[in-house]
Design a protein around this ligand. Structure first.
Ligand SMILES: [Ca+2]
Ligand SMILES: [Ca+2]
Ligand SMILES: [Ca+2]
Length: 275
């Protein structure tokens, strides 16, 4: 092979090698792009999940503060607030607290205008705990200025499904965030939290399994409410009852105030406190 032929052969090999390297680089590039795509696709889903968790945590903290505000309102005013029924954030009340379901009275209570998704909270109260009649319930001698007594029994019940079992019974007040899917009530369980009756649902979060449920629900535990009112010196005028409404509203908290209250009078006879 002469020098010219050798030179041609070397340049041809170099060309083939360069062509191969160029092709390999494109293949590498494709793989890199594919991996990046997979990583981005994989990271976007967790990001949306993280954002929803952040919003849910934020809203739950709001709800817990709002529950504290309800109890504080009761300590000061001797009753729970009636709902806001015209959207101005102010309590709408008649003597009997006729409209027991509506919006949370955020302006009067100073918090809770909207949840993390910019939507209003739903609030329902037991009328006997929010009216301006003293001692609605079983008080024989009601204390002036206290809407309810130790033996007053609230009328809100929480189930673990629209046709489910009881989670908490005889709840004085409850607050609902309808979650990210606010106003979508295709789920029967969520619809139960949007109607006007005293039955509400609290169950595990699910945005995929049917029926979906993303509502956040927090309620005032009756025995804790009454215990706190007693602890600040408010005296319920239940002359013949020692105060036990017989219900344990559980929202992750034990509603037992720690006192062994019973519905027995001084003679040891049982009184029916659920009248
Ligand atoms: Ca109002
Ligand atoms: Ca919802
Ligand atoms: Ca309902």
């Amino acid at each position: 092979m002469n020098n010219r032929a050798k030179s041609f052969s070397r340049s041809s090999a170099a060309y083939r090698c360069g062509f191969f390297q160029a092709g390999f680089s494109l293949l590498e590039m494709s793989i890199v792009l594919l991996v990046i795509g997979l990583l981005l696709g994989g990271s976007l889903v967790p990001l949306s999940v993280q954002m929803e968790k952040r919003d849910r945590d934020s809203t739950r903290n709001q709800l817990l503060d709002m529950r504290e505000a309800l109890v504080g309102y009761a300590l000061v005013n001797g009753r729970l607030p009636c709902p806001d029924t015209d959207g101005d954030g102010l309590i709408d009340i008649s003597t009997t607290c006729t409209n027991v379901g509506g919006g949370f009275p955020w302006a009067d209570l100073g918090l809770g205008k909207e949840d993390a998704w910019g939507q209003a909270f739903t609030y329902r109260v037991s009328g006997d705990f929010a009216d301006t009649t003293d001692g609605t319930g079983c008080a024989a001698s009601p204390t002036a200025g206290l809407s309810f007594s130790l033996c007053s029994v609230a009328d809100i019940n929480v189930l673990d499904g629209a046709s489910g079992s009881a989670v908490a019974s005889a709840i004085p007040a409850i607050i609902i965030s309808h979650g990210k899917n606010w106003a979508i009530t295709s789920s029967g369980d969520e619809a139960e939290n949007s109607d006007s009756d005293g039955v509400l649902v609290e169950r595990g979060f699910s945005n995929s399994a049917s029926p979906t449920f993303d509502d956040l629900v927090v309620w005032v535990v009756p025995n804790i409410l009454k215990s706190k009112m007693v602890s600040v010196g408010l005296v319920f005028g239940d002359s013949s009852n020692n105060g036990n409404n017989g219900n344990n509203g559980n929202n992750g908290n034990n509603g037992n105030n720690g006192n062994n209250n019973s519905c027995e009078n001084s003679n040891g006879n049982s009184n029916n406190c659920n009248n």
